[in-house]
Design a protein around this ligand. Sequence first.
Ligand code: PGA
Ligand code: ZN
Length: 385
Amino acid sequence: MIIRGIKACELKDTRKDKTILVSIKTDVGLFSASSPTGKSTGKHEKPAYKKSLEKDIESLNKLSDYFKEEIIEKFADLRRVEDLVDGHVGANTTFALESAVLKALAKEEKKEVWQLINPKAKKFPRFLGNIVGGAKHSESKKKPDFQEFLIIPKTSSPKKSYSTNIMTKKAAGKVLSKIDKGFKNKKNDENAWMTQLGERDILSLLEKTKLDLGLDIAASSFYKRKKYKYNNPPLDRTIPEQLDYISNLIKNYSTLSYIEDPFDEEDFESFAKLLKKHPDRLIVGDDLTVTNIKRLKKAIEKKSINAIIIKPNQCGSLLEVEQVIKLAKENDIKIVFSHRSGETSETILADLAFGFGADFFKCGIDGDARVKKLERLIEIEKSFK
Ligand code: PGA
Ligand code: ZN
């Protein structure tokens, strides 16, 4: 396949913030892909743009002609794409470009995108549905200190998981309207319910669903001057107190099986202590590892995690995504593909998750941009029947 031309432009994400859309022209058509954008971003993520979105658009449009000389036949040929843009653009731009290239290549080869990664893929990831949210993703004054409360249906069928999550979310809304006096029927950035309740009340409510539960604590967002600064209720916890607190939550809520970023993004040691105490739960790195091979190596050395979030635009390079996943799997670390809080209607995340054999898929419960990706997995599931 030869890329005849590239054009980048701006697009609005679900938060109405600007992001990048990249279109490429080949002999079989025009293919576009966009990148999502995070708000609760890790300090060690690659910058979304080199200097700015506008400059990245300019740079990529200028590079357009150079692509004509490269022949792209397989996933590994993304190396040629990366060599051309390396040092010129940021992670969002690289990810959107590589996604558009894969979509074009799939069409040319008469394949699905996931088949370019692994034609024998057959495992479906379990859904992690963000049902109640707080922290950086919710704009209200009184809110949970933890960023995401997740439900995890036990089935690996995307279709069944989807309907379980939708039903459970509706029911949770009804319960919240009864027990939370400040409940306004509002949803946050990721379409999770906004509430004034604190984490223990929410967990007690969700425990009744009998589903497995998860938390994205996103602890870096409230870690300041060596203390975890809780607001709901107001309380400072030291590092050992945070470890005890999270460990007690795990002990008190037997279905709490997934805990993402329980500590600050530099604190590999506390992650390791928690994992040592609770090897039967998933201790997940997101801001800790930022889809970065060096950070993953460190997490493995320190025994910090047994699951890792994969957000392709944290590093921008799908070749690095491949490397990170390979190393994680070799070390028995579960793979969790994840959307970002600012999303677009792009669905390639579903193909990547399926192709790379992800164990979990964190992509919200409702809202168009999220549902499109969930539906893409349902469509892949149908194609196997
Ligand atoms: P972000 O948050 O997309 O705003 O970075 C999602 C997460 O922390 O998992
Ligand atoms: Zn996270």
